[in-house]
Ligand binder design. Structure first.
Ligand SMILES: [Zn+2]
Length: 102
C-alpha cells in the first residue's frame, strides 16, 4: 500500500475503522449486511449508505471515481461496494458516500 503522502486525498480517503470493530466481530460474527467500519449488522439495508473501495483498501470519491475508471485514477482495481451504518457514515465526507435508489 502507498503511504498517505503519495495518495491523492481528493480521489481517495482512508477507511474509518471503529474502535469497537473487533468486539462487534466477535459478538455478531459474519453477517452479509454488516457495516464494514464497525461490523455491526445494518437493519435497514435499503436505506443505508454505501462506500466504493479499491483493492488498495481506500475509499473512493463517488463523484469522480466509477467502477470503470478506478484503476486508471487510483492505481488499484475496484473491490466493489460495501454498506456502512449511519454512525460510521458521519466519519466520511459526503462525496465518499452514496445510496442506492431501490
Ligand atoms: Zn459502523
Amino acid at each position: 500500500m502507498e503511504t498517505k503522502s503519495q495518495t491523492n486525498t481528493y480521489l481517495v480517503c482512508e477507511l474509518y475503522i471503529s474502535p469497537v470493530r473487533d468486539r462487534n466481530e466477535e459478538k455478531y460474527g459474519f453477517n452479509e449486511n454488516q457495516c464494514i467500519c464497525c461490523k455491526k449488522p445494518i437493519k435497514d439495508i435499503e436505506n443505508s449508505y454505501w462506500i466504493h473501495m479499491n483493492e488498495g483498501g481506500y475509499v473512493l470519491n463517488n463523484k469522480i471515481v466509477t467502477e470503470e475508471n478506478t484503476e486508471s485514477l487510483t492505481g488499484y482495481r475496484s473491490m466493489g461496494c460495501f454498506p456502512i451504518g449511519n454512525e460510521c457514515a458521519k466519519k466520511f465526507k459526503k462525496e465518499f458516500l452514496f445510496k442506492y435508489n431501490y
